[in-house]
Each structure stands twice: as structure tokens, then as C-alpha cells.
Design a protein around this ligand. Structure first.
Ligand code: PMP
Length: 453
């Protein structure tokens, strides 16, 4: 039944004529879903239907939709100081307070924050921080950036070059030079010998040695890979990677754009493995997506290098909206809710429960693996559990069946990644999602896999 209202058809036509979407493909917009409202963990579309927001928007709406506190924080700040430059010599209170608070929440070695408007810009900035650092220390040849296959770090030029999901690159080459890729710690599909955590960390060391340690600035890595299919590394990986990087004077950029602000059940992802990075990029959950904000937090050692620079070597990196007072005020209100409502702890407890529910789907022949950490989970689909052969097209059919049943979430299609990966359905519901809704996600996805297999 088509219960679209006429105004909606007008919007659809205008969308098709005038809007270019992220990941644009015209066929996707023959009949787009037009979101009109959202509350808690539910989304509403213009045809009056309600959907569970199984991915918190795009992994970002940690506190759930529709919180008045954030709207009020934005309105108050806009009426007090809507915008002002934070360039050299200028500052504003919400940005200062947020920088101080983020440093307090982040790893013990962190000292100072630079603000951006999103994840890709944060990673672009992090690459520049790393190169700047080595140039300041008289090692100007340390410029290369190592990332891992299946990584997603954004799609601006350098971030795209670090991202390693081929179909994000096919039509936009050549990539920026001096970006290298190595094997990810992906236990389910590890083909090397021995522990995949050790093997994947050693792959980084091999790449450093092959390139020449004197040419490598940094390794960028998501603590837990998100868009690549929620790939949780073995416990051996991060401690070993830290040792490798220390041995060769290579900085670690932790891309915490998805794992930040409680998503994995701790404020930031590397806490699970007791490892500290040199820089960390963040975005998404810092405002729960209510306004665009991201940034980079750097270690005390890196901050000292910036603070002691002579005028000829000052940090000439900038953006109009760095330190935007309204975005920062909204972030502060968001952090209040995460803290006051215990949502980080809730992500750990409810996430364990949610994933235990998903585990019951392992009995379905199409389910190869269920994995995750905190309120981050994935079901990898296969044609055959024994051979782990990818199930071609099954993921798209499961997604369609799930949407029909009232669940919106995201597929990392086998076609996106390097060969021999399966279709993977990803979940990252708001940290506040009620138990009954989490149970409903499990039920819908189970039914959808059965219906589509
Ligand atoms: N890094 C990671 C780990 C991400 O998941 C994303 C977005 N999904 C980005 C960076 C890019 O963020 P943005 O879309 O805000 O540029």
C-alpha cells in the first residue's frame, strides 16, 4: 500500500532532481525514505512508519534522539555567542571547557584537543599533526601513514587514502602518495599462522621495516574496526602494536570516531587493552550527532612540541568552524547526559546482553560469526559455515527483509571489502536503547535471515 501524502511525492521529485547524496546511486532514490521525526531509539518516515534505529543514525546518536537538553544548550548558546573565531589569539568558553573535559575523559597521557567538524577532517588533521611533529623534531622524512585493510577513516583525499574498502576508492584515484596498507587483525578470516593479533601487529612492523622506519610518521587504526564490519582484535594486538611503534618511533593515531564516548562500554576503545595512543581522533558520539563536531586529542609529548614552536614553525592548520561555540556547548550537554545517566556502563551491560541474544542466531546455517564489544555488534553471513564462503547477495536481501519488519541498520557488503569477506550486518543502537527494543532487533534479524536465506 502506498500511503505517501502528496507533499511527499513533491519532495521525492525534488530530491531526485536536485540532491546529491552521500554514496549517491540514482536507483537508491527511486523511492527514498524521508525521515521526519525521531525519538529515543526510533525513527519515523514521511509515510508514517516507525523504524528501530539499529545503527544510531550512522553510529553516532549515543544518547538517543530528541533530547531537549541538547536543544536548549544550542538555543542558549546561539543567543549568547552564536559564532566567533577561535583562530590565533581568540577563544570561547564552551570550546575551552570542552577541551579540558575531553582531556580529562581521554587516556592519561593526553593533553590538548583541536576541534573539527567531523571524522574525516579529524583524521586529515591527525596526519598533519603527525607530520608536523616529526618535522619539528628534525625528522622531516617521517611522512608515511600506515593503515589496515577494511579500515574506514573517512573519504576526503588523505582520509580516503587511509580508508581501505576498495569501492570507496575505485572512481577517485589516484590515492595520495605515502599511504600504505597492511593486514587487519580479523580473527574469523585470518589466513596466516598463529595468533592473528600477533601476526597483524607484526605485519605493521614488516611494513615499517620495508618502508624504512625513518620514513614512517604514524599508524592509524580504529580500536575496533567499525564500517569494515565490527572487527574486534584479539587481546594480543594492541599491546604488541604499541611495542612495534615504540621500537621504530612511529606514532599511533587511534581513530575513535566510532569507538569514542562509551560505544564499546568504556569511554574510549583502547582502555580495553590498556594501551595509550599518541593522538586520538573523535567525532560522532561527542555530540550524539545533534550538531557536527569532531577533533583530535594529542599527547602531552606532542603538545609540548607544538607549544614550544618558534614563529617560523607554527602550526598553520585551521578551519572556520574549529571550536564552534554552539557545537561545543551541545557536546558538553551530551557528555552530561552520558555521565549522569550512566550510559557508558549501560553500553557494557546491555551490550553484553544484546550480543548474547544475537549469539542464539548462530544456529542458522547462514550465520558465520557473531561478534562485537559494548553496544557494537555484527553478524557475518556466509553461504556455508564450514568453508566460510561469502553468501553473495544474501546481506542485501536480509536488509530488505529487516527494513520491512521495522529495523534500519547498515550492511558492510562483501563487495565493499577485500576479497573473501562476507556480507556483515552491523549494529550500533543508541546506548540508551530499551531492553525490549534490543530484543526486538534480535528477533527481526533472525526472522529476516530465515526469510532471505
Ligand atoms: N573514522 C571512522 C572510524 C568512521 O567510522 C568514520 C565515519 N563512519 C569516519 C572516520 C569519518 O567520519 P565522517 O563521516 O564524519 O567524516
Amino acid at each position: 500500500m502506498n500511503d505517501r501524502v502528496p507533499a511527499d511525492d513533491v519532495l521525492v521529485t525534488a530530491d531526485q532532481r536536485h540532491m546529491i547524496h552521500p554514496l549517491h546511486f540514482a536507483a537508491d532514490h527511486a523511492s527514498p525514505k524521508i525521515f521526519t521525526a525521531a525519538r529515543g531509539s526510533m525513527l519515523r518516515t514521511s509515510d508514517g512508519r516507525e523504524y528501530i534505529d539499529g545503527l544510531s543514525g550512522l553510529w553516532n546518536v549515543h544518547i538517543g534522539h530528541g533530547r531537549r537538553e541538547l536543544a536548549e544548550a544550542a538555543a542558549t548558546q546561539m543567543q549568547t555567542l552564536d559564532y566567533a573565531s577561535a583562530y590565533a589569539g581568540y577563544s570561547n568558553a564552551p570550546a575551552i571547557r570542552l577541551a579540558e573535559r575531553l582531556v580529562g575523559l581521554a587516556y592519561d597521557n593526553m593533553a590538548a584537543a583541536y576541534f573539527t567538524t567531523g571524522g574525516a577532517e579529524s583524521n586529515e588533521s591527525a596526519f598533519k599533526f603527525a607530520r608536523y611533529h616529526w618535522k619539528r623534531l628534525g625528522r622531516p622524512d617521517k611522512v608515511k601513514i600506515i593503515s589496515r585493510r577494511y579500515a574506514y577513516h573517512g573519504v576526503t583525499m588523505a582520509a580516503m587514502s587511509a580508508t581501505s574498502l576498495p569501492n570507496y576508492q575505485t572512481m577517485f584515484g589516484p590515492m595520495v602518495p605515502e599511504f600504505l596498507q597492511v593486514a587487519p587483525p580479523y580473527p574469523y578470516r585470518w589466513t596466516g599462522n598463529g595468533d592473528p593479533g600477533i601476526g597483524a601487529a607484526d605485519a605493521v612492523e614488516e611494513a615499517i621495516l620495508a618502508a624504512g622506519a625513518g620514513t614512517v610518521a604514524a599508524v592509524i587504526a580504529e580500536p575496533v574496526m567499525g564500517s569494515g564490519g565490527v572487527i574486534v582484535p584479539p587481546d594480543t594486538y594492541w599491546p604488541r602494536l604499541r611495542q612495534v611503534c615504540d621500537r621504530h618511533d612511529v606514532l599511533i593515531i587511534a581513530d575513535e570516531v566510532i569507538t569514542g564516548f562509551g560505544r564499546t562500554g568504556t569511554w574510549f576503545g583502547l582502555t580495553h587493552w590498556g594501551v595509550q595512543p599518541d593522538l586520538m581522533s573523535f567525532a560522532k558520539g561527542v555530540t550524539s550527532g545533534y550538531l557536527p563536531l569532531g577533533g583530535v586529542i594529542v599527547s602531552k609529548a606532542m603538545h609540548d612540541v607544538i607549544q614550544s614552536a618558534p614563529a617560523s614553525e607554527k602550526f598553520m592548520h585551521a578551519a572556520t568552524y574549529s571550536g564552534h561555540p554552539v557545537c561545543c556547548a551541545v557536546a558538553l550537554a551530551n557528555l552530561d547526559i552520558l555521565e549522569n545517566e550512566g550510559l557508558v556502563e549501560r553500553a557494557r551491560v546491555q551490550g553484553d546482553r544484546f550480543r548474547a541474544g544475537l549469539e542464539t542466531l548462530r544456529s542458522l546455517p547462514a550465520v558465520g560469526e557473531v561478534r562485537g564489544i559494548g553496544m557494537l555488534a555484527a553478524v557475518e553471513l556466509v553461504a556455508d559455515q564450514a568453508s566460510k564462503a561469502p553468501a553473495k547477495g544474501l546481506g542485501a536481501r536480509v536488509m530488505a527483509a529487516a527494513t520491512e519488519r521495522g529495523l534500519i541498520t547498515r550492511l558492510r557488503g562483501a563487495a565493499d571489502g577485500p576479497p573473501a569477506s562476507g556480507d556483515t550486518i552491523c549494529f550500533a543502537p543508541p546506548l540508551s536503547t530499551p531492553e525490549a527494543t534490543l530484543d526486538r532487533i534480535v528477533q527481526i534479524i533472525g526472522e529476516s535471515i530465515q526469510a532471505a536465506s
